[in-house]
Design a protein around this ligand. Structure first.
Ligand code: GDP
Ligand code: MN
Length: 367
């Protein structure tokens, strides 16, 4: 996944006819212009919930803006320090609406989600106050959808017209940019019309090759994901507390399924692929130690990747890292005896049986 920063999303909004407040991108205090009236300073980080953590401030002068930037620079947002700021005209908001286009995997279609109760508490809005409507990709945004949505949001006919254009722009971004999410929260309802105060755009990274204009500078990957990519490892972050390192996508998937079937929650997985390089194992363990919380399960079916190579990598990584999580190793296949011997000599127990290993993982995660 590739998340755009707010200002990158807003630049895209402008191109697709979605109205946004006038804004400046600030990289250093000397970029802040003199101004009169009220403006908003906003941290540019690839994560949400900035408002609730002090990353959005109203300011009334250049000096106040610089002070706010210095203060916000000290805040870490899920590990991200703001590298830029948006300074934009503050607007008088009457209502904060929510609107997004995203992929609904259950119906295998893009859907529009919307609510008249947008803003920083969108996650606690009850289901019945959320409008959902699937879009047929062969038809796109229909007149009917626009009318129904405007009436759901209680908009006047003038604003309904504007909302229709915004929805069309958002759907076009979703479609043309291969986005998995194009979101405006809040969409401000003001006396002078609707305005997108924030943007959240997530691009499917497997589609990046179709968008040569999105250079790596234009997006920010999760830092661990980025490092994994550089080291030639496939890494996927999940939400649980059990990390997985396995060789091959199939074995990784099977391992995730087995853990889930036994009641565990995978935190992430690294695919070593088909190489026989102990350094890759060290890299994977080092990265895993940044994301795995409780237990790391190394599950290897030796073939091209030999069990003894993996064992050497594990031993080296443990000497260097002294990680805090518990380790379960299962090795089977090419050079399994040699692999197990190396592990044992270094005080690391290994298992042969996958079922037993998974049960051990679950037991340790529950401790
Ligand atoms: P997020 O918390 O990371 O989603 O950041 P947002 O850009 O959505 O800003 C958080 C909140 O700040 C919004 O929901 C608004 O309530 C408020 N906000 C942002 N810009 C303005 C503005 O120009 N005027 C006013 N009145 N409020 C704003
Ligand atoms: Mn927001």
């Amino acid at each position: 996944m590739v998340d755009f920063l707010e200002y990158e999303g807003k630049e895209l909004f402008k191109r697709y006819g979605i109205p946004v407040p006038n804004f400046h991108v600030i990289r250093a205090p000397e970029d802040v212009p003199e101004f009169n009236g009220r403006m908003v300073v906003k941290a540019q980080v690839p994560t949400g919930g900035r408002g609730k953590r002090g990353g959005v401030r109203i300011v009334n002068s250049r000096d106040e803006a610089i002070k706010a930037i210095q203060e916000i620079s000290q805040i870490s947002f899920d590990g991200f320090k703001p590298e830029a700021f948006v300074l934009e005209d503050a607007v008088n908001v009457k209502r904060e609406l929510y609107i997004s286009v995203t992929l609904d995997r259950s119906v295998e279609l893009p859907i529009v989600l919307a609510s008249a109760e947008g803003g920083v508490d969108i996650n606690s809005v009850p289901q019945e106050k959320i409008y959902r409507h699937a879009i047929n990709p062969f038809v796109g945004v229909t007149q009917y959808l626009k009318r129904e949505l405007s009436s759901f949001l209680g908009l006047s006919s003038e604003k309904a017209e504007q909302l229709g254009k915004i929805l069309e722009g958002l759907y076009k971004i979703y479609d043309e940019m291969d986005a998995s999410l194009a979101e405006i929260n809040p969409l401000a309802d003001t006396d002078s019309g609707l305005l997108a105060l924030d943007s959240k755009i997530t691009i499917e990274d497997d589609a990046l090759f179709r968008h040569k204009d999105i250079t790596p500078k234009y997006y920010i990957l999760d830092p661990v994901e980025r490092e994994a990519k550089e080291k030639g490892l496939a890494f996927v972050k999940l939400e649980g507390d059990i990390g997985i390192i396995a060789n091959g996508a199939g074995l990784n998937m099977a391992t995730i399924d087995l853990i889930a079937l036994n009641g565990g929650k995978p935190a992430d997985f690294f695919d070593l692929g088909g190489t026989d390089d102990p350094q890759k194992v060290v890299d994977a363990l080092r990265l895993a130690s940044k994301v795995t919380h409780k237990v790391l399960f190394v599950n290897i079916f030796g073939g091209v990747t030999k069990c003894d190579t993996v064992a050497r990598g594990i031993v080296q990584a443990f000497k260097e890292l002294k990680p805090s999580f518990k380790l379960v190793v299962r090795v089977r296949g090419a050079n399994e005896d040699e692999g197990r011997r190396i592990l044992e000599e270094n005080g690391i127990r290994s298992l042969l049986n996958l079922d037993e290993a998974v049960k051990e993982v679950i037991r340790l995660a529950g401790e």
